[in-house]
Design a protein around this ligand. Structure first.
Ligand code: AMP
Ligand code: MG
Length: 533
């Protein structure tokens, strides 16, 4: 077993601050920061921090023992009250396109990077406090985060990791003992909520917007320094930076992004705010704000009320929006390449790559051996329609589809449909015509599986490894928040535990593998979220 470290022996190697240009001003006031990648800034101390939860898996990435995580020092450090030797707190400078428009300088307005831990394997992990007070990038906001949004980020980061989706991680969640005022729906009803801080962990928190800001300012020198640093530290297999390496790097960012979105589509995750400042250069899911999980299969659904009119970031559009974002990144790095054609080609290839990856993923979701060009496009297109005939829970549908008997091709309609009935929000809404159409699809599906020669047993195993039984349904997070706001953190920890094994049956927890309850249909936090957090 690897040696476990205490907090005081964590070792830091702060490549980001040591290799990249710093803001020359060190005063913590809001400003435009030029020719720099970050500003030094300390977390703001908080009154009465309390540990709500920590992720033991993330702790072990850092070689931290459980005992270390339960110590008072841990709570103080990850509330921003205490710095460890070797930490060099800073906020990063970035810009971004928000809802399609260039927004200028954004930056870490409420995130403070503490430093980069090197674990015993030599891996670097940056630690970042979210909600730890104002920085030079806070613009008109306060730099703080509330408990509800912090619970959502903490639980979802870890849930996504266990689902096999590339993501930033979360080490800890603490409450600050201080109040934060938020107008949740921007409707003039501000409330004092509990303050909280999540410590996020990732090899790097660089975003597309980290590059865009320097390009937008015509600062090619800083842009080049940052791109070269990124390649050297995070993409070393690409070799010494050169024009060709820049292109290969961009192609790899495109591929990682495609992989990430395909996973989102697989599990029914809707990010909600795919602005370019929320797109990680490593292809990790980053910035858990008004995200949501698709319950009723509706490709047009978005959880984000701020996006309700345009639905730019709706479920079914995420692959295309990612391409739009990659186009902005291509524009940003163009001054280092000065050839549009190869960049354009990589962007076009992205569209094809994404389609291919999604096709392969759909093949797996249905339990087939491999993609069949003759049958599968029609099957997928019809499934997409069948899922929208009536309100159908996507997660339950795929999980129950694995239970449909494909070894007996002579089942009645009722027998075929029986395993799927749990997936319908109002089974009575299914008309005779809907049932017939669904059964027609199911019979083609059975035939397709039979042609593959796959047994029920093997198919179920395959499908249940990829179609989760448990996801962090919006109402589940809300239940945990409701309790947490009363200082009861039991459900936060229970859900953390449940979501460690999202593909396992966990029969005792089956009450969390059900359709969204009716009370959650229109409740704030369950079906509607805003950027206010
Ligand atoms: P987001 O929509 O959370 O990705 O945030 C967009 C930008 O606004 C980023 O630069 C954030 O750092 C900043 N921001 C969001 N909330 C706050 C806040 N409460 N205080 C300061 N900056 C914030
Ligand atoms: Mg953001």
């Amino acid at each position: 077993m690897a040696k476990q470290t205490s907090l005081s022996t964590l070792s830091f190697d702060n490549r980001f601050v040591e290799n990249l240009p710093a803001d020359t001003e060190t005063d913590n006031h809001r400003r435009q920061v030029m020719s720099a990648c970050y500003s030094f800034v300390d977390p703001t101390k908080v009154a009465a921090p309390k540990l709500v939860a920590f992720s033991s898996e993330v702790a072990s990435l850092l070689d931290l023992s459980e005992e270390a995580c339960l110590s008072d020092d841990f709570t103080q450090v990850f509330a921003g009250n205490q710095l460890l030797a070797g930490m060099r707190p800073h906020a990063q400078c970035y810009g971004g396109h928000q809802f399609g428009n260039w927004a200028g300088q954004l930056g870490d307005g409420r995130a403070i990077n503490l430093g980069e831990v090197v674990n015993q394997q030599g891996d670097h992990y940056a630690l970042q406090l979210k909600g730890s007070g104002a920085t030079p990038y806070s613009r008109t906001a306060d730099g703080l985060a509330v408990l509800r949004s912090s619970v959502r980020e903490f639980l979802c980061s870890e849930a996504m990791f266990h689902l096999g989706v590339p993501t930033t991680r979360a080490l800890s969640l603490v409450t600050t003992g201080e109040k934060v005022v938020r107008d949740m729906f921007y409707d003039g009803r501000p409330q004092a909520e509990q303050g909280a801080i999540v410590c996020r962990v990732a090899p790097s928190f660089l975003r597309f917007g980290s590059y865009e800001i320097h390009a937008a300012r015509g600062d090619v020198g800083t842009l080049r320094t940052l791109v070269d640093f990124t390649i050297t530290t995070e993409f070393p297999h690409l070799g010494t930076p050169s024009v060709d390496v820049y292109l290969n790097w961009f192609a790899e960012v495109c591929e990682r992004t495609a992989d990430m979105i395909v996973h989102w589509m697989r599990v029914g995750f809707v990010h909600g705010v795919m602005n370019t400042d929320n797109m990680s250069i490593l292809g990790l899911t980053i910035d858990y704000g008004p995200y949501g999980w698709l319950e009723d299969y509706d490709p047009n659904w978005t959880p984000n009320t701020t996006d309700a009119s345009g639905r730019r970031y709706r479920f079914g559009h995420q692959g295309q929006v990612a391409q739009w974002n990659l186009f902005q990144l291509a524009n940003a790095i163009y001054p280092l390449i000065e050839q549009a054609e190869p960049l354009r080609k990589i962007l076009n290839d992205y569209a094809e790559l994404y389609e291919q990856k999604w096709q392969t993923m759909r093949t797996k979701k249905l339990g087939f051996n491999s993609y069949n060009a003759v049958t599968d496009d029609a099957l997928n297109t019809e499934l997409h329609e069948v899922l929208q005939l009536v309100e159908t829970d996507m997660t339950i549908f795929y999980r129950k589809l694995a239970d449909v008997d494909c070894e007996n091709l002579h089942l009645s309609d009722a027998e075929l449909l029986a395993p799927l009935m749990d997936a319908y929000y109002a089974p009575d809404a299914l008309s005779t015509a809907d049932k017939t159409r669904t059964c027609n699809w199911l019979r083609q599906y059975q035939q397709r599986v039979a042609d593959d020669g796959t047994s029920n047993l093997i198919r179920r195993q395959r499908m249940n490894e990829i179609n989760p039984k448990y996801v962090l349904r919006n109402y589940m997070a809300q239940l945990a928040i409701d309790k947490a706001e009363l200082d009861d953190f039991s459900l936060v920890n229970e859900l953390l535990e449940l979501l460690r094994k999202p593909y396992d049956e966990q029969v005792d927890m089956a009450h969390f593998a059900v359709k969204r309850p009716d009370w959650a249909r229109d409740r704030a936090g369950c079906s509607m979220l805003s950027c206010s957090s």
